[in-house]
Structure formats: structure tokens, C-alpha cells
Design a protein around this ligand. Structure first.
Ligand code: KG4
Ligand code: ZN
Length: 347
């Protein structure tokens, strides 16, 4: 089944074609992402109405470009998947409306995909994919969650952030030290030049049992450290390194606890912060030490993209799941409420 995937939940327009007849990474026939970073940069964050309007401008040209790269015509598409939530309502509606119109015109089924399920399943597009049960760490700009994946489509929340998401903490910390939006990747790059241990910040909520996170206090610690410093380039890099180490250590400690709690040695990491090099190395080492493994998508499939939506949608379409006539999006959406994949056929 060749599925066209469309992602428009926030500030990236993503389109891809995934073909379930081809094994592993070869199934991804083509994918393209258009980032709106430049559009939002002067406002220091995403402006929802501008995001929606830009998706309107970019989505159809990107669909044409992706199909051309895959060497496919619209008539080769067997199904359309789109992000139905969580995300910005206007941005989601652009993708949903376009996807449903395409599916209707092509007379193929359509399915709305949960954005975080898309992230979670992205590592399964890679070589030698892990099989459930496993534990997943979802770390994006809007979410930080530990999830027990009992089967594809059966998710149990083990812990989540009580305030800022990990990516949000990266972005806000970068901003308060004067780095441009979105600061996460830039802060990580700066940390490479920092001296380890020059600044040591807390590992929040690791001194008590539990799998929840809290990152907003860390941001305040950085602010105080930065304000009281000489604010030189080297100090900025040292603080970036101290902050990154604190977040990475905290995530690793909680991941290990979650693996213990779930009785698993397989950890899947997904979402934008999964592109972070130090996090990848730390979690790989932690899992290897217990005789297990850490599975990541390639960095370009960690951040928002259409491939993960095409892939997750293909699994659900193949299980018989389809949308009815109404076009709905769900800006706030709990992943635990998703139908399990096997039972989707009975829906
Ligand atoms: O998954 P994603 O693309 O979008 C959401 O669904 O939120 O994640 C974006 C987040 C941003 O907060 C960004 O700063 C962060 O991921 N991010 C990183 C890195 N690359 C992206 N954070 C730390 N290190 C990176 N290399
Ligand atoms: Zn995302």
C-alpha cells in the first residue's frame, strides 16, 4: 500500500510517500519538509495564524515535489494519512482539509494520525526495527513523555513533564542567553565548545521515586547563572554544556527507571530532542550496559516530518481504520485513547 503522509501540526510542512510493500527504510519512497523557521524567527516563536497561511501556500507544491521525487503519479496513491492532532488547530485544519480532499478526489481511504504516535513509530522505519513491548521516550517541543508500548497502538503513560517539555526548555534557555529562535539545536551546537563541569545545574526530580519530569526550574537556574556571569562567549558555551548535561542526565536516569519498571531493555527515542547527539550517546551507552539497545530514527526523522505520518497512517489503514465523512482535528489529544491496531479492523 502506497500512502501519502501530510504533516502540518506546527511550523513544518511535511509530505512523504511510504510503500508498505518495500521492506524497512526502502519503504520511504520520498519525503520533503519545508520549515517555517525564517517566517517566525522575528517574533521569537510560532505565530499560529502565519503558520496556517504558510501551510496553505506550501502544501500542494510540496505534494507535487514529493510525488515527483518518488516517481509516482497521484493515481499510484492507495491512501492518505494526515496529522489530526495534537497541534495548532488552524495548521492542522490545512493538512486535514487538503488530505481529505485529495483522498476524496482519488477515491482512496484517509486516516487521521496522532502526531506523537507518528514520532513514536518513526524508529520502526529504520533497519532492524524494535518489536513491542518496549519503552518509548518522546521528547519534542511540546511533549516529554515516557510510554510503555505494549503493542503498536497500545500505549500506557508512565510519566510526563509537569511543566516545560525538554525541547521547550532547550528553546527557552537558548532565548534567555540571546540565541535566536528556535534555540534548541543552536544551544546544543554551542555546548560542544563548553567546558564540562564549569557550570553544574540540578537534575530535577531525580532525588525521589517516580517517572515525571520538571524542567522549568532548570531554566531559572540558568537565568541566574547567566545574569551573575561575565556573559562572555565562553561562559555562554559553558552554561550551554552544563544545561545540556543536566537535561541529558535527567532523561537518562528516568529512562533507566522506566525500563526497570516495565521489565524491558529496549528503549525507543523519538521527537525533536532525539536529534541531540549527547542524548543519543548517553542513552545508547545506558541501554548497552544492561544488554539492551536504544533505537532512534535518523536525525531528520526525529524532528517533524511527513514520513512518520505516512508510516503510522499506513499501519492504521492496513488494519482497516478509516475516517468517516466529517473532517475533524483534535488539538489536544491523549495518546492512551488511541484504538489498538489489531482491534482497529473491528471499528
Ligand atoms: O518534534 P519536533 O520537531 O516538534 C514538536 O513536535 O515539538 O521537536 C522540536 C523540538 C524543539 O524544541 C527543538 O529545539 C528541539 O526539538 N531540538 C533539539 C535538537 N534538535 C531539535 N533539542 C536539543 N538538541 C537538538 N539537537
Ligand atoms: Zn513533533
Amino acid at each position: 500500500m502506497r500512502v501519502l503522509g501530510i504533516e502540518t501540526s506546527c511550523d513544518e510542512t511535511g509530505v512523504a510517500v511510504y510503500d508498505t510493500a518495500l521492506p524497512g527504510p526502502a519503504g520511504l519512497r520520498a519525503h520533503a519538509v519545508y520549515s517555517q523557521i525564517a517566517l517566525h524567527a522575528e517574533y521569537g516563536g510560532v505565530v499560529p495564524e502565519l503558520a496556517s497561511r504558510d501551510h496553505v501556500r506550501k502544501l500542494l507544491p510540496l505534494v507535487r515535489q514529493t510525488l515527483a521525487e518518488a516517481g509516482l503519479a497521484t493515481s499510484d496513491i492507495d491512501g492518505v494519512a494526515y496529522t489530526a492532532g495534537p497541534g495548532l488547530v488552524g495548521a492542522l485544519l490545512v493538512g486535514a482539509g487538503t488530505a481529505r480532499a485529495l483522498a476524496w478526489a482519488l477515491d482512496v481511504p484517509a486516516v487521521g494520525v496522532h502526531h506523537m504516535e507518528g514520532h513514536l513509530l518513526a524508529p520502526l522505519m529504520e533497519e532492524d526495527p524494535p518489536e513491542p513491548p518496549f519503552v518509548a521516550l518522546l521528547v519534542s517541543g511540546g511533549h516529554t513523555q515516557l510510554v510503555a508500548v505494549e503493542a503498536i497502538g497500545r500505549y500506557r503513560l508512565l510519566g510526563e513533564t509537569l511543566d516545560d517539555a525538554a525541547g521547550e526548555a532547550f528553546d527557552k534557555t537558548a532565548k534567555l542567553m540571546g540565541l535566536p529562535y528556535p534555540g534548541g539545536p543552536q544551544l546544543a551546537a554551542l555546548a560542544e565548545k563548553g567546558t564540562p563541569g564549569a557550570f553544574r545545574f540540578a537534575r530535577p526530580m531525580t532525588d525521589r521515586p517516580g517517572l515525571d519530569f520538571s524542567f522549568s526550574g532548570l531554566k531559572t537556574q540558568v537565568l541566574l547563572g547567566w545574569q551573575q556571569s561575565d556573559q562572555s562567549e565562553q561562559t555562554r558555551a559553558d552554561i550551554a554544556r552544563g544545561f545540556e548535561d543536566a537535561v541529558v542526565d535527567t532523561l537518562a536516569i528516568k529512562c533507566e527507571r522506566a525500563l526497570d519498571a516495565a521489565g524491558s531493555d529496549t528503549l525507543v527515542i523519538a521527537g525533536g530532542v532525539g536529534a541531540n547527539k549527547r542524548l543519543r550517546a548517553k542513552l545508547q551507552a545506558m541501554c548497552a550496559k544492561r544488554g539492551g539497545r536504544a533505537c532512534f530514527p535518523r536525525p531528520s526523522l526525529c524532528t517533524d516530518n511527513g514520513a512518520m505520518i505516512a508510516f503510522a497512517g499506513a499501519l492504521r489503514l492496513e488494519a482497516g481504520q478509516r475516517e468517516g465523512a466529517a473532517v475533524n482535528v483534535t488539538p489536544r489529544w491523549d495518546m492512551a485513547g488511541l484504538p489498538p491496531l489489531a482491534a482497529a479492523r473491528d471499528w
